[in-house]
Structure formats: C-alpha cells, structure tokens
Design a protein around this ligand. Sequence first.
Ligand SMILES: [Zn+2]
Length: 85
Amino acid sequence: MIKRYNILSAGSPSDLINQANKAIEDGWQPIGGVIQAKTYKFMQAMVRSETAMDAARREMRKEHECVYLSDGGACTICGKTAIEE
Ligand SMILES: [Zn+2]
C-alpha cells in the first residue's frame, strides 16, 4: 500500500536521475513517467510503501537486542514476549 507521495523536480535529466536514484536507495519508487514542465524542467512522481518512521522502526527491529522490562512484559522495541523468542 502506498503511504507517501512526493514529486521530484530538476533542471536537467541528469539532475533528476541523481535525485531519483537517491530516493530509490531510501525506499521510494518512481510512479508514472517523467513530466517536462515550464517552471521545473523535469519532474518525476515518487511513492513509498512506508513512512520514514516505519522505515526507522523496521531498521531498529532488524538490529536490536530485545529489551524486556523487569515486569516480564513484551520487548519495548519489537513487542515480542520473552516466551516467543
Ligand atoms: Zn525485541
């Protein structure tokens, strides 16, 4: 599901390519074709299926050591309980 939409604009095709490649590395995907407009010469719509916060949470879940509070509840980062692990 698409969670974010953005429009890149650049003065030249190579500038747009650089911007798009950076965005793709960051989880964005181009949608539709390139538009050539007057104000900004080249434009590309980009979407991503997760918010920046979702991405940060996903990274955190990947790399963390589970943190259980002394009451025996779920991990404060991923929500797993000690028994599930
Ligand atoms: Zn955890």
